[in-house]
Design a protein around this ligand. Sequence first.
Ligand SMILES: Cc1cc2nc3c(=O)[nH]c(=O)nc-3n(C[C@H](O)[C@H](O)[C@H](O)COP(=O)(O)OP(=O)(O)OC[C@H]3O[C@@H](n4cnc5c(N)ncnc54)[C@H](O)[C@@H]3O)c2cc1C
Length: 408
Amino acid sequence: MGQQHVAIVGGGLAGAKSAEELRNKGFKGAISIFAAEDHLPYERPPFSKDYLQSKSKFTDALVHDAAWYREQHITVLQNTRVTSIDPAAKTLHTDAGDSVDWDQLILATGSVPRKLPLPGTDATNVFYLRTVEDSTNIRRHFGSGKNLVVIGGGWIGLEVASAARAADTSVTILEGAAAPLLNVLGPQNAAVFAGLHAAHGVDLRTGVKITELATKGSQAVGVTLADGEVVPADAVLIGIGVAPEVELAAAAGLEVENGVLVDAALRTSNPDIYAVGDIANHAHPVLGHRVRVEHWATALNQPAAVAASITGSATEYTELPYFFSDQYDLGMEYIGHAPNGSYDKIIVRGTTDDLEFLAFWVSSDNRVLAGMNVNIWDVVDEVKALILSNRSVDLARLADPTVPLGEV
Ligand SMILES: Cc1cc2nc3c(=O)[nH]c(=O)nc-3n(C[C@H](O)[C@H](O)[C@H](O)COP(=O)(O)OP(=O)(O)OC[C@H]3O[C@@H](n4cnc5c(N)ncnc54)[C@H](O)[C@@H]3O)c2cc1C
């Protein structure tokens, strides 16, 4: 019998970490990463932050450099897309025409931006943001006297707006809902972000409906609203969310529903195939329900559990969802899971006015489901402990900044 081979499909953070964690756990077999992009695996957060502001280089975002992969005997096949997987034959096929055998397969194909299906969105100065190339192209349109229109007041849209304002670009954000991030954060916290952007000179328009992009030749010149107003644009960024890249998994007959369905140990409906990162719809053993998380920390941390399963015994992934964002002088972290409809109230500790506060999403029986810290640091572990305690808390003490979090 030849050497065992783990094939990793997708060269993002989750793919690179899968390879790294296999070596960390002593896996001696062959490891290949199939990466559609013509780059070594890299992390994406800088591409709406430092890199977009020309404050960091592409190489700073690499998960590892080329020498590291060589030393670890990990093969990265750049510019190579896997076109099909055959779970019964345990092979995969690539767009280079190769057929490759594997023993275990890790799917880490990530997400792609949702497209806005409106006339004019194919203009050459209309952008989505997922790759380093996207970020490089967008920042070329920054500068004093230029108008950037951002469609969508989600995390990506808000971070791009912040980076564009730092370069003195005029920015208009067009958001369909009554406030940016309304669904994720609730009205009070959403208002904090709306106020932040307004204070930095962004023209934030909420409750708007877009009908098309006005074009001249191959260029967009504005965004047309339902009432006929055309908001002028030198460039347009569309940030309306992402969709998990599940086509391969679906075509291979794996169970797919809002991502690839995986069990607590991140195993798909085929026991030799795992899924990690943005595409994994995970039966979370601590939350007690399924969750698919489109954030950096999940791509970073899930692979260790998969590597443990492949090298020894099935290991459940138990980390709570976590994410962060940076906009202007506001930095925040959020831990837990409290989507719209799952919580009863939001309790704020401190005041939102000075942009230094904590917010807690609380159930009807006063258990903390999620927490956000804004410009207050080193509290995530305590917030996490509150969530994991799964106990009702005294809301007055939760809201009182003089009561140490650990004593709530
Ligand atoms: C601009 C930007 C900023 C972000 N900022 C934050 C942040 O501040 N905080 C946070 O928590 N999260 C942030 N995120 C989200 C975070 O980057 C993602 O959750 C993370 O990248 C997911 O990693 P992944 O490896 O699962 O997928 P991806 O990073 O999407 O990587 C998947 C890779 O697989 C490749 N691929 C897909 N199909 C195939 C195939 N068939 N064959 C070969 N290769 C394939 C893709 O081309 C891609 O390179 C940000 C995302 C973006 C785009």
